[in-house]
Design a protein around this ligand. Structure first.
Ligand code: ATP
Ligand code: MG
Length: 245
């Protein structure tokens, strides 16, 4: 299945105003979509709509060829939410427990993990380089390590699509580099990635497709290889998109 996601004429409003207006784009297997937009332009809202955390109308979103409203193969999608690493430092779970908790659909509620599940966890933890921290309490890790643990948590199900909402916010520069490399490696293995990030320059260098959201709720979708250097620079500087067309 090459067709991973189709968004068609998507509109969305919370009770107090329109956030997204007639947004359309599509992604194929292996694409890396960078979503660019100022604070409050609807990046997280769009991700939540794709994930089914907010409601859409049928026909507006198709995932893996299935209408979003009918789609139930959630283990195909990994999600790292915005600020997923900012929680109570006393949170009583180790890295291994946080990662394996995401396997509950395979293990079964209150059932014991089998050897194969433990191997799947070890593999996911190794993919983000946290082997030495696997028995540490998650709240005691650095912000960057916690974010890597949350990426491992999504990897444990072998997802085909990973959605990351500002995965490097609030982490130090060396961790940004490590996390960015982990995400780029996953994409190079054929996993489709959707990511938002306020470091537009870095996001543009990673992505092959770009979605620029404007303050009026409209979006412009670009295939990076068809963009001139001039246009890319303008997108990078926040000068391109619906408002500036
Ligand atoms: N649950 C909610 N109820 C009402 N309004 C909301 C809700 N969540 C977000 N909004 C509003 O919708 C708009 C888009 O919010 P969203 O979080 O999607 O933006 P964003 O582009 O992700 O911003 P940021 O860059 O700050 O993460 C904002 O005006 C926000 O105030
Ligand atoms: Mg957001």
């Amino acid at each position: 299945m090459n067709n991973i996601l189709e968004v068609r004429n998507l509109d969305f409003e919370y009770y107090d105003g329109v956030v997204l207006r007639n947004v359309s784009f599509s992604l194929e297997k292996g694409d890396f979509l960078g979503i660019i937009g100022a604070n409050g332009t609807g990046k997280s809202t769009l991700l939540k709509l794709i994930l089914g955390l907010l409601p859409c109308r049928s026909e507006q979103i198709t995932l893996f060829g299935t209408d979003r409203t009918e789609f139930n193969e959630l283990s195909k999608i990994g999600y790292v939410s915005q600020k997923s690493n900012s929680f109570n430092s006393d949170f009583p779970a180790t890295v291994q427990e946080v990662v394996s908790a995401n396997l509950y659909s395979q293990i079964g509620f209150l059932c014991r993990a089998e050897k194969k599940h433990r191997v799947m966890c070890e593999k996911a933890i190794a993919a983000v380089g946290l082997e030495d921290c696997k028995n540490k309490q998650i709240g005691k890790l650095s912000g960057g390590q916690q974010q890597r643990a949350f990426i491992a948590r999504t990897l444990v199900n072998n997802p085909e699509l990973i959605i990351l909402d500002e995965p490097t916010v609030g982490v130090d520069a060396p961790s940004v580099e490590v996390i960015t490399k982990i995400i780029a490696d996953l994409n190079s293995k054929g996993i489709t990635v959707i990511m938002t990030n306020h470091d537009t320059h870095s996001l543009i260098s990673l992505a092959n497709k770009l979605l620029v959201l404007s303050e009026d709720g409209c979006a412009s979708f670009y295939d990076k290889k068809k963009l001139s250097e001039y246009k890319l620079t303008r997108i990078c500087e926040g000068l391109e998109g619906h408002n500036h067309a």
